[in-house]
Design a protein around this ligand. Structure first.
Ligand code: NAD
Length: 479
């Protein structure tokens, strides 16, 4: 059983707000953690401690900061197995996926440790004689990070790594469904990072809102739903804090022609079903040229049937449960709405009974056929293992479907035709574009979305500097 309050300064302190518990989504009767939430007063103390720690940290040369931060990454790696188990216990994904999440977080963090030393300042030519111009980047200050429950280490580390490496302090408010991993991350930081540089505030929306609204916060980085993103954007605007919002997606794979259709469908199925479909970058629409429709639909249904649902800690499990009862109800209702609107449920379409795990939040991998672009299952984020298949006759129609949603996170095209590839690269209205593979991103490439999928700087790789530092134009005249 995990039991945590809040890491304020360098000490764990019981929260003054109402406490809460987490459960194992595969066995909801089993309590996994007890947490006490931070009050607004405690958030105020954390912001003060962060500001104090950041004043000292920003004075540490960036190369040295990178070296200290790299020791923190080593401390995370040393606890990889404990971290992976905490993810599976509260979030539900299979242990192998949880281990991969920990390792990807560390790989992205190692890039950031190096990025601290590389810096992003520029020497510029001057318009006047005897002058040198520079564009300097400096740490932004105290960062508030709010994270969802689907990637309990990857998303927090995507925010902690650039924040610390670029000289900031950070206060993390993890999801109230998966706080254990965040608390273990904070444990790993103790004795490695200076006190107050990384603090953890537990709680739900109220704690998050208090954090975002604190005047001492210079930047708010949020990953989560569009509705919450809007609220956070508005609240941060009250004190003009910079924001980086990473929101939802309704990601499509367009299959125009595929040299190896089996490999294509394998990648799409993985991208749709990993984390039980609860990934912002999950493929949830397959847009297929009509002559390939029958083969694609049949292949997806067959692959959906191969999933082994179960407790993520059990060897052999390939898909865990959804993370909470609300999510199970939401996915079920959305698929039912799709069926009412005329979609055909080709497989799945219901919660799944797993022997011995009755009451677990399992949902059967689902393929919906005959989906029209106007249907809700073609437009709204489902965040479950559900693929909507839409057919097209010509490329204009394919691009109209691909871009005809409010989201713009990631996209994939399968085609050997160079002109189709070029058009996709020019016209796909998404932050990330993949050709002839699924939607798994690299550890050093910008990650983010356009339209309703994101606001502000992308995270991961060099782009993070745009949010985690401020820019200063410097003019030096030789005396
Ligand atoms: P959510 O928006 O409900 O919550 C996210 C975080 O915000 C949680 O920590 C929550 O406690 C906090 N929060 C909720 N209301 C708040 C408020 N009023 N003020 C301050 N904080 C508040 O999202 P979720 O249900 O945890 O996650 C699922 C969503 O996240 C999906 O829509 C998914 O697409 C999105 N997501 C996006 C990305 C991305 O990178 N684009 C990655 C993962 C998840």
């Amino acid at each position: 059983m995990y039991a945590y309050g809040n890491l304020i300064g360098g000490r764990w302190v019981a929260g003054e707000a109402e406490g809460f518990e987490t459960v194992n989504p595969a066995r909801p009767a089993s309590t996994i953690g007890r947490y006490s939430a931070a009050s607004a007063r405690q958030i105020g103390r954390m912001v003060d401690a962060a500001a104090q720690a950041q004043r000292a940290w920003r004075a540490v040369p960036s190369v040295e900061r990178g070296a200290v931060f790299a020791r923190f990454v080593s401390a995370i790696e040393a606890r990889a197995e404990d971290l992976a188990r905490s993810i599976t216990l509260e979030q539900g994904k299979p242990l192998a996926e949880a281990r991969a999440e920990v390792m990807k977080s560390c790989a992205e963090a190692r890039f950031m440790a190096g990025e601290a030393a590389r810096g992003h300042s520029l020497v510029m030519p001057s318009a006047r004689p005897g002058m040198h111009n520079m564009v300097l980047r400096r740490p932004r200050g105290v960062i508030a990070a709010l994270t969802p429950w689907n990637f309990p280490i990857l998303t927090p580390m995507r925010k902690i790594s650039p924040a610390i490496a670029f000289g900031n302090a950070i206060i993390l408010k993890p999801s109230e469904y998966t706080p254990a991993t965040a608390c273990l991350i904070a444990e790993a930081a103790r004795g490695v990072l200076p006190e107050g540089l990384l603090q953890v505030a537990n709680g739900g929306a109220e704690t998050g809102a208090a954090l975002v609204g604190s005047a001492g916060i210079s930047g708010v980085t949020f990953t989560g739903s569009v509705a919450t993103g809007r609220r956070i954007y508005a609240r941060a605007a009250e004190h003009l804090a910079e924001v980086s919002l990473e929101l939802g997606g309704k990601n499509a794979a367009v299959i125009h022609d595929a040299k190896d259709l089996d490999a294509c469908l394998d990648q799409i199925t993985t991208a749709a079903c990993m984390c039980a479909g609860q990934r912002c970058t999950a493929i949830s629409r397959v847009v297929v040229r009509r002559p390939l429709l029958a083969a694609v639909t049949e292949g997806l249904v067959e692959r959906a049937g191969r999933a082994v649902l179960g407790d993520g800690l059990e060897p052999g499990t390939t898909m865990g449960p959804l993370t909470n009862a609300r999510q199970l109800a939401r996915v079920s209702a959305m698929v039912e709405a799709g069926a009412r609107e005329g979609a055909m449920v080709l497989t799945g379409g219901r919660s799944a009974d797993v022997p011995g795990l009755e009451g677990g939040y399992f949902y059967a991998p689902t393929v919906l056929g005959g989906v029209a672009p106007s249907m809700s299952v073609a437009r709204e984020e489902i965040f479950g293992p559900v693929i909507s298949v839409l057919a097209y006759d010509d490329l204009d129609e394919a691009f109209a479907i691909l871009n005809g949603v409010e989201y713009g996170l990631t996209s994939a095209l399968f085609s050997e035709d160079n002109s189709v590839v070029q058009r996709f690269v020019d016209e796909s209205e998404n932050g990330m574009l993949h050709v002839n593979h699924g939607t798994i991103p690299d550890n050093h490439m910008p990650f983010g979305g356009v339209k309703s999928s994101g606001v502000g700087a992308y995270s991961v790789g060099a782009s993070a500097a745009n949010f985690y530092t401020t820019e200063h134009s410097v003019y030096i005249r030789h005396a």
